[in-house]
Design a protein around this ligand. Sequence first.
Ligand SMILES: O=c1ccn([C@@H]2O[C@H](COP(=O)(O)OP(=O)(O)O[C@H]3O[C@@H](CO)[C@H](O)[C@H]3O)[C@@H](O)[C@H]2O)c(=O)[nH]1
Ligand SMILES: [Mn+2]
Length: 363
Amino acid sequence: MAGASVTPTPLLKDELDIVIPTIRNLDFLEMWRPFFQPYHLIIVQDGDPLKTINVPEGFDYELYNRNDINRILGPKASCISFKDSACRCFGYMVSKKKYIYTIDDDCFVAKDPSGKDINALEQHIKNLLCPSTPHFFNTLYDPYREGADFVRGYPFSMREGAATAVSHGLWLNIPDYDAPTQLVKPRERNTRYVDAVMTIPKGTLFPMCGMNLAFDRELIGPAMYFGLMGDGQPIGRYDDMWAGWCIKVICDHLGLGVKTGLPYIWHSKASNPFVNLKKEYKGIYWQEEIIPFFQSATLPKDCTSVQQCYLELSKQVKEKLSAVDPYFTKLADAMVTWIEAWDELNPTGEGLAKPSISNGPGK
Ligand SMILES: O=c1ccn([C@@H]2O[C@H](COP(=O)(O)OP(=O)(O)O[C@H]3O[C@@H](CO)[C@H](O)[C@H]3O)[C@@H](O)[C@H]2O)c(=O)[nH]1
Ligand SMILES: [Mn+2]
């Protein structure tokens, strides 16, 4: 029986960091305090490093601004985006923990249909600690969930499942729509709470949103690069998408699982669709060539580590996407720089970075 007994979800408070990209004060944490207070926060301050970001009392955190990123990475800081939420991936690199949860500062605690506050972090931990089923779809959704199981016809030889690398949560209220959709449906709100967690089948890509996302840093961390976006770049709001396509190809190759569905957060604010359109428009037509590239991407058998897979992928990006736009040559090089920086900061899996602001006993 898959997951027959109901064991309490471990807190993992010393094995999980919460990464928050921000350009504003973090008052939103007040609402998350019951769920987030035990955890260490890694705050990546984007934009003007001279601006002071207020963090509510009682949270254990370290904060990195652009000066810190430049100090820590030196020339390799060029791979970390500026003036875009993509900067959050620096937090993944400097963490020392096994798990990462990343959340936007305009995402609040949602309520389930019974009116109960949703502990999104607890559900992500559940998702990550339970296997995935990428190789054979279970029609009753997550078979490891209490009250569910594998359905008739599901091969017993496949019921052990695969290790889960990524847990992709969703959003009530403001959905993560692209700018054109936002423009034609300005008042649409997501009110539909679907009580399900699904594994995204092997060989299928998906649009990964960075708003409410958790992952196993040891299984897939080096591939969670959010690309070159924002200041000085021809594209924005494809940071999480790029990472999602890369991690899915690598998870498929390494036999790891990616889940989507619960938990929900309450996304409170729609960003400006006109500003978003300016950031996204190249991505909207580029992706018609990018997706076939990722769909047909294959990795050699001797790529057994995430770093090896990622460097191989960056080679293929340079070979096959540079014809789309010279940006992809730059991006492919930045993917290599990212891995070099990752390995420099995590030679034995231990982070070496020191923040300029830290209020807790440290990471
Ligand atoms: O220049 C910036 C702008 C924002 N941030 C921080 O990033 C997140 C997301 O910002 P926001 O909620 O304003 O933007 P959304 O359009 O809702 O974000 C979604 O679209 C994707 C854009 O790439 C993103 O993955 C989704 O989350 C907030 O925490 C801002 O404070 C920033 O760091 N730099
Ligand atoms: Mn938002």
